[in-house]
Design a protein around this ligand. Structure first.
Ligand code: SF4
Length: 252
């Protein structure tokens, strides 16, 4: 499984993001997330090694400063600074402060780089988290299914989760976010069966994200019974949204 040992890693080249520096705000040795998605590339929560220590704000700042100043001095390009890593970044207790430090260092060393946060959106109901997400260039927020029942099967929330509350909170973004949705199926569920797909498209219409990213399973996932969709299948499913003028990125 994929694990990130460093707080700041890369830059690595990605077709989508260009030269991307990654930031992992989660414990270095195992995964920490309030979801336990069937497709998680970091494995399942129960298989984590129990390291629950978040890195300290000052260590994050130090790691960012070191990496960025070194890359700048060596003339290495950085197009993107992306928060992902071993779990859910907004769970870090100092997440808003981390974002402010990152934006300040980005402005100093790589003013053209875009700051992106990949989040499962579970904490957008907390104002300080929503405000911080709205300060970055690309808040990439996950809604994988259109009912709580399906979300329980796919994302397996740890603790309370109500999709209606998440949608309500996301309305406050007034479209200034990127919605990310995984299309997948297994013998037990299909995230885009007819009614589910219709309901999901209605959520998109209600929230009007500035972009929608639709993708399917890619790398090794812990549940071997999962099946992916082809790019062509996904394109035909989201075609109504494209026709309505939504910007939809499809990744196979
Ligand atoms: S939200 Fe992300 S990190 Fe958390 S379980 Fe799902 S895929 Fe893994």
């Amino acid at each position: 499984m994929l694990h990130f040992d460093e707080i700041v890693f890369g830059p690595i080249f990605s077709r989508r993001l260009g030269s991307s520096m990654g930031v992992n705000l989660l414990p270095s040795k195992g995964k920490l997330c309030n979801f336990d998605c069937v497709y998680c590339e970091c494995g399942w929560n129960k298989d984590g090694v129990g390291d629950k220590m978040f890195p300290e704000l000052e260590d994050i700042e130090k790691a960012l400063e070191e990496k960025m100043s070194k890359a700048a001095a060596e003339g290495v390009a950085v197009d993107s600074i992306t928060f992902s890593g071993n779990g859910e970044p907004t769970m870090h207790p100092d997440f808003p402060q981390v974002i402010d430090v990152t934006l300040r260092l980005r402005d100093r060393y790589f003013p053209d780089a875009k700051v992106s946060v990949l989040s499962n959106a579970t904490l957008v109901g907390r104002k300080r988290i929503a405000d911080a997400l709205m300060r970055v260039d690309n808040p990439i927020l996950k809604i994988d299914a259109s009912t709580d029942e399906l979300i329980k099967k796919i994302n397996k929330p740890v603790g309370a989760y109500r999709l209606a509350d998440i949608i309500d909170s996301l309305k406050g973004f007034e479209g200034r976010f990127i919605l990310q949705t995984m299309f997948l199926k297994s013998p037990d569920f299909n995230t885009v069966a007819h009614d589910d797909l219709e309901r999901w498209m209605d959520i998109v219409r209600e929230l009007k994200p500035r972009e929608v990213m639709v993708y399917t399973i890619d790398r090794e996932t812990p549940d071997k019974s999962l099946a992916k969709y082809s790019v062509e299948e996904m394109r035909s499913m989201v075609q109504p949204l494209i026709d309505e003028g939504f910007k939809v990125q499809i990744r196979g």
